[in-house]
Write a protein that binds this ligand. Structure first.
Ligand SMILES: CC(C)(COP(=O)(O)OP(=O)(O)OC[C@H]1O[C@@H](n2cnc3c(N)ncnc32)[C@H](O)[C@@H]1OP(=O)(O)O)[C@@H](O)C(=O)NCCC(=O)NCCS
Length: 167
């Protein structure tokens, strides 16, 4: 399936009613990883102003991004999840979602954006590097799947690469 022309795609804010169809696809979109528990409904209730839904003219979900401004440090933004339909990858949808997220966060005074990923998700690591993020390789990191990462960062066995990008 060829990537839809980006002029035929609509970017809009999520609404709560989007929640079921997003969690319906996340496990598949993450290659079978159990992701839906990481995306409870509250993200579609309280974080919509800095998040995006990307859909085709026919209303098919093509991608989404969930992001927010840190309450503790309003100069920091955080991207919780970003994804594109597996059938339409490498067509710039992820990049286009990030461009909107960066614009949102910058408009709210954010100066740096953080994101994390599982180090075995090599595509996510490559994607974030391509989006201008750097990998935290400071004390406490070790090479996991070839990338500096924190072991057990989010609990036992939940290793994570920590990314930062200045805006
Ligand atoms: C990561 C993801 C969002 C990228 O979406 P995408 O629409 O395919 O990305 P883009 O086409 O905008 O790619 C932008 C750049 O990222 C890099 N990139 C993307 N996919 C890549 C891959 N499979 N291998 C290597 N580099 C890749 C490339 O540099 C690419 O630019 P290029 O195509 O001009 O070379 C998508 O693969 C996805 O949804 N993965 C599953 C969910 C996930 O892991 N999300 C990230 C963690 S929250």
């Amino acid at each position: 399936m060829s990537t839809p022309d980006q002029r035929e795609l609509t970017f809009r804010r999520p609404v709560e009613a989007d929640y079921p169809r997003v969690i319906d696809v996340v496990d598949e979109w993450w290659g079978g990883r159990k992701m839906r528990a990481l995306l409870p409904r509250m993200w579609f209730q309280h974080f919509t102003g800095t998040s995006w839904i990307l859909e085709t003219a026919a209303g098919r979900l093509a991608g989404f991004a969930v992001a927010f401004v840190s309450q503790d440090d309003p100069t920091t933004g955080y991207v919780r999840m970003i994804a594109a339909d597996p059938n339409w990858r490498r067509g710039g949808l992820g990049r286009a979602l990030y461009a909107r997220v960066f614009d949102d966060l910058q408009a709210r005074g954010v100066r740096r954006v953080r994101a994390i990923t599982w180090p075995g998700n090599r595509v996510s690591v490559a994607f974030h590097l391509a989006m201008g993020f750097r990998v935290d390789d400071g004390p406490g990191t070790q090479r996991l799947y070839g990338t500096p990462a924190y072991a057990d960062y989010d609990g036992e066995g939940e290793d994570r690469v920590v990314f930062t990008r200045e805006l």
